[in-house]
Design a binder for this molecule. Structure first.
Ligand code: 3HM
Length: 400
């Protein structure tokens, strides 16, 4: 482990921060440790916390919510995300409860359009799971590393010199501040880093229900159902295990009936009668989110860095939001780990990692804007560059 070279805050600030937080964990061993304050205990924030802790840093994570949880829907994790999970010690728990669908179909107006075998020999994997399952595995890895997580602790902003400002009025100095506080990031906005924000004609309701009778044969696959008549709607049908079914239900924002919450089951069943057993079980579950893209002028200002949706919110069309978030969180820790000059390390990190995220975000945005997934998932390198990527900080020889 590297000591405090180049750290302006170093031991004093760590001691002070611990003291202010009433944390009595100060001991001689931690004297030389560098310290990070992280806003947001989502996938990105916890991944960064674990990866920094693995490299000898002291970290504290602030979560605005009163509870540590993921919202109740499903998620796809491609091979790149699995590699990051391996690196942070969450892989075994994730794989233990995840689902590997054997195939991926696209169906349009009742016709089968495309089929791709997935998760078989010589194919990289695409595991599906509930968000809560993924979150629990990452949180357990953070707990094993003794990472301090403070709930009901919202960040209001940060300073480039390395200070995280909290809603309770406290200011936490650190060698590194990370804004992992989501698509509405206060840390990002306090630094004026937004470059562009785009919205699209569609959004999705994401919901988790029981699989009911939808089991066996083709019902064990992922099926992307599109329907253009009588109105454009889509349901990405995704088993997440024996019992759980994730449905991503795309509807134009202008279609008030179909995009309303609680879900108007009747409207959806009219377009997707074969999914009636699942649609009629939704009740008041589900949440409608717009497809949205956020890009930043820079991913860092001084010693403050942005990761996850705060940095690169993207439509979920390539299922790489969490994948890119976790890759960038891990590579950030690698970049600063032994750096004498944190500002310079963050600029190098962005130069190295950002092109892949920008590319993925732009492909995801194109798919969202064009509804091109209605023609089938484009299984080509251009769309799956991130999925095939070997993330910084993960062993290249690892065969999962
Ligand atoms: C995994 C996933 N893939 C695609 C979409 C979409 O196009 O809205 C949503 C998803 O959760």
């Amino acid at each position: 482990m590297k000591a405090t070279h180049g750290s302006r805050h170093g031991r004093f600030m760590v001691r002070q921060a611990h003291h202010e937080a009433g944390v009595g964990r100060w001991d001689a061993e931690e004297e030389a440790v560098r310290h990070a304050e992280i806003a947001g205990a989502g996938f990105a924030g916890l991944t960064a916390a674990i990866a920094l802790r693995q490299r000898g840093w002291s970290v504290r994570v602030h979560e605005a919510d009163a509870e540590l949880r993921a919202f109740g829907a499903g998620i796809f994790i491609w091979e790149n995300g699995l590699r990051v999970l391996k690196a942070i010690g969450a892989y075994d728990d994730v794989v233990a409860g995840a689902y590997a669908a054997p195939g991926y179909h696209t169906s349009r107006d009742g016709e089968r359009l495309a089929y791709e075998r997935i998760n078989g020999a010589n194919r990289f994997r695409l595991l599906t799971m509930t968000r809560q399952h993924l979150y629990a595995a990452i949180l357990a890895a953070a707990r094993r590393m003794d990472i301090e997580i403070i709930t009901s602790s919202a960040a209001t902003g940060a300073a480039p010199e390395g200070v995280l400002h909290l809603a309770d009025g406290r200011s936490m100095p650190a060698d590194l501040v990370i804004g992992a506080d989501g698509v509405r990031s206060a840390v990002r906005d306090s630094l004026g880093l937004i470059d562009a924000r785009n919205k699209y004609q569609d959004g999705i309701i994401r919901v988790l229900v029981g699989r009911a009778t939808l089991k066996g044969g083709v019902w064990d696959d992922v099926i992307d159902f599109w329907s253009f008549s009588p109105r454009p709607l889509r349901i990405l049908y995704t088993p997440c295990g024996e019992d759980d079914l994730y449905m991503a239900m795309m509807a134009p924002t202008a279609d008030r009936e179909a995009s309303s919450i609680p879900v108007n089951a009747e409207v959806w069943i009219r377009s997707f009668p074969q999914l009636a057993p699942a649609l009629s079980a939704i009740g008041d579950r589900g949440r409608y989110d717009l497809y949205e893209t956020t890009t930043l002028k820079r991913w860092s200002a001084g010693r403050t860095a942005l990761i996850g949706d705060a940095a690169h919110a993207m439509p979920p069309t390539l299922a790489q939001g969490a994948g890119c978030a976790m890759m960038n969180a891990l590579s950030l820790a690698v970049a600063v780990s032994d750096a004498d000059d944190i500002d310079a390390a963050l600029r190098r990190w962005e130069a190295r990692e950002r092109p892949l995220t920008d590319h993925t975000q732009s492909r995801a945005a194109h798919l969202a804007g064009s509804r091109a997934l209605a023609d089938g998932m484009p299984w080509e390198d251009d769309c799956f560059r991130a999925a095939r990527h070997i993330p910084t900080g993960t062993p290249p020889q690892m065969h999962l």
